[in-house]
Write a protein that binds this ligand. Structure first.
Ligand code: G3P
Length: 218
């Protein structure tokens, strides 16, 4: 499974990219606004830090406006993935961009029907928001299972399921068990995946025993 980080904080991206475990980055208008930087500036820096797909979202709501913004975003770097909303206008833009060979991510997906349409529009990625579904008492991971089942019935569909709105490590583990292609994870949740109390406890014992022995490796 590919790991993307869901942030526009370049210090966080730089630190996580140093692990060699990052396959891409997703941003959205809220995350870019929170960074306090201009879209072109922050996306260009992220694209230099991570060679994989970097999602940058359009702000227009009509197809022509989205396509105009998409051209500007795609010109920033070859690894920009243009994010469009899951609307009629967004899918028309997605279809046009996919025919031009531009990578796309259809965002704000909350149903299997929407995911099927996104795939038919040629999206490179579809982003179902599992956390926001859980927030309203719906079953976010159930939607991922449903979408994967549908996509597997039609091998010609090449859209990857990008699990978004991830809130905790359990979402990531369930996504991996289901065979989702990608999870985009906030930096804090990604760091939680590294940690287990028994790892910390075991390491402390190993290091204490090693120190007592007085040996040195190098
Ligand atoms: O980037 C899209 C998505 O991951 C947003 O997550 O936590 O705002 O629901 P959240």
């Amino acid at each position: 499974m590919k790991f993307f980080v869901d942030t526009a904080d370049t210090a966080e991206i730089k630190a996580l990219a140093a692990t060699g475990l990052l396959d891409g980055v997703t941003t959205n208008p809220s995350l870019v606004a929170k960074s306090g930087r201009g879209m072109a500036d922050v996306i260009a820096e992220i694209c230099r830090l991570v060679p994989g797909p970097v999602s940058a979202e359009v702000a227009a709501t009509d197809t022509e406006g989205m396509l105009r913004e998409a051209r500007l975003l795609a010109a920033i770097a070859p690894n920009v993935t243009v994010k469009v909303p899951m609307t009629e206008a967004g899918l028309a833009a997605c279809r046009a961009l996919s025919l031009q060979g531009v990578m796309t991510n259809v965002t704000l997906c909350f149903s299997a029907g929407q995911a099927l349409l996104a795939a038919k529009a040629g999206a490179s990625f579809v982003s179902p928001f599992v956390g926001r579904l859980d927030d309203i008492g719906a079953d976010g991971m159930g939607l991922i299972a449903e979408i994967l089942e549908i996509y597997r019935n039609y091998p010609a569909l090449k859209t990857e399921v990008l699990v978004a709105s991830v809130r905790h490590p359990g979402h990531v583990i369930t996504a991996a068990r289901l065979g989702a292609h990608v999870a985009t994870v906030p930096p804090g949740v990604l760091r939680q995946l590294f940690v287990h109390p028994l790892t910390e406890k075991g390491l402390a014992v190993f290091l204490a025993d090693w120190a007592k022995g007085g040996q040195s490796i190098g």
